[in-house]
Write a protein that binds this ligand. Sequence first.
Ligand code: G4P
Ligand code: NA
Ligand code: NA
Length: 188
Amino acid sequence: MKILKDRILKDGRCYPGGILKVDNFINHQMDPILMKSIGVEFVRRFASTPINKIITVEASGIAPAIMVGYLLELPVVFAKKKKPSTMENMLVTSVYSFTKQRSYDVCVSKDFLRPGDRVLFIDDFLANGNAAKGIMELVKQAGAELVGMGFIIEKAFQHGGDELREQGIHVESLAIIESLDNCEIKIR
Ligand code: G4P
Ligand code: NA
Ligand code: NA
């Protein structure tokens, strides 16, 4: 997706440890015009897949997910990172974050992820794929079906995407970062 790649090259910043900062248009300040184009591109790439629900993880996945849900006129569910004390009926699993070097729980209510649901997962980053695996686990617990995964940015050098594709999952990433070595952004 050319406008996304150009924007990453223009406004993305490299940090030690292979971190790409995109705070200027995705992770802190957001660009809704670009985000709409991202939504349109996801819709195009999953056009042949029957979907009835979009799922993401709070917080940064919500913006692209809502764009896709808006365009397809489908509900958008975000997995929460803290179990709300008022919610019964929760599906929960643990996710290990390499970036933060600790685990956190992600949870979703059984009311909003149901047996038979055909779910598309949308998120901002695919790195090691642990968040994605957590979502796969929740979808499985619910008896729903994961029909695809869409990421704005995939970091190919962390190989989460390879693992998901080897499992036969339809993965689409709109920009694939080959390397951030020497703080130079190399996009496929
Ligand atoms: P994984 O899910 O692919 O295994 O990745 P990891 O545990 O390393 O990522 C943890 C968090 O860091 C996730 O966001 C993920 O989107 C984000 N992340 C991973 N690599 C990068 C990167 O190079 N740049 C940026 N900006 N983010 C990255 P999160 O903690 O769930 O936070 P948020 O969604 O609330 O922003
Ligand atoms: Na995220
Ligand atoms: Na993030």
